[in-house]
Design a protein around this ligand. Structure first.
Ligand code: SAM
Length: 233
């Protein structure tokens, strides 16, 4: 059976199946600050890929009440944690978790799944702890299912044209020792995939600990839908 969650050792188990991930506490507020200018003022549906513990989804749903958040994860223990965190607040705009391996058909529009017209897709710390075909499938799936002016947000450690910080290089080596098909992904490679799929790298945001958020915009009819106020880069 595929082990989707080699990093679960970094989580602490709480009551009811909730997992508490250390990185959530470091990253959540900086992530929300990056997302806010893109998400505020929107209504509709946001899909989170590899939602893990579910703590980010709960925080996003609280912060952006006009959007419906759909956390997904292929790992049943993670879906249990997501549902258990959701129970602690019962927010009307946080949907029940569903199983999604991005390499499989996304099965949107089905009961218990979001519509295939997403305002945003979010993937936090997924691409480096997964084979390269997960990056390919994430970008292809997002391009297919985002509304014309929608965004894909990808958070993690990255290289650029083969170069990366010392910290990320050491992390990359440790990832490859654990599994040769994992590794820090290169922004230029992801940008190439996005271009092939009809999306554009709109911004690279610096985050704590040398990480980044990559913001990909769906280029289709972009000008017609974007707010008049310029978005921050
Ligand atoms: C390191 S965890 C990150 C969890 C959460 N996003 C966070 O930052 O706390 C990676 C997540 O990616 C999910 N994942 C791994 N392979 C996947 C795939 N092929 N499709 C979708 N999710 C996947 C795992 O189940 C796991 O929840």
């Amino acid at each position: 059976m595929t082990d989707f969650s080699p990093g679960r050792a970094n989580s602490k188990g709480l009551s009811g199946g909730r997992l508490d991930t250390a990185s959530y506490h470091r990253n959540h507020l900086p992530l929300r600050a990056v997302l806010a200018p893109y998400l505020e003022g929107r209504t509709g549906h946001v899909l989170e890929i590899g939602a893990g513990s579910g703590q980010h989804a709960l925080g996003f749903a609280r912060a952006f009440p006009d959007l419906a958040f759909w956390p997904s994860d292929p790992d049943p223990a993670h879906r249990k944690s997501i549902a258990a965190w959701a129970e602690t607040e019962r927010l009307a705009n946080l949907r029940a978790p569903f199983s999604l391996d991005v390499r499989e058909p996304w099965r949107l529009n089905a009961p218990g799944h979001p519509p295939a017209a997403l305002q945003a897709v979010i993937a936090i710390n997924v691409l480096h702890i997964a084979p390269w075909d997960v990056s390919e499938a994430l970008i292809a799936g997002a391009a297919k299912n985002l509304v014309p002016n929608g965004f894909l947000f990808v958070y993690g450690p990255f290289a650029r044209d083969g170069a990366m910080s010392e910290g990320n290089a050491a992390f990359d080596e440790s990832l490859k020792r654990a599994n040769p098909v994992w590794g820090v992904r290169d922004i230029s490679e992801l940008e190439r995939l996005a271009g092939d799929a009809g999306m554009r790298l709109e911004a690279v945001k610096d985050m704590p600990a040398g990480n980044n958020v990559l913001v990909f915009g769906n280029s289709r009819e972009r000008r017609a839908h974007w707010p008049s106020k310029a978005l921050p880069r």
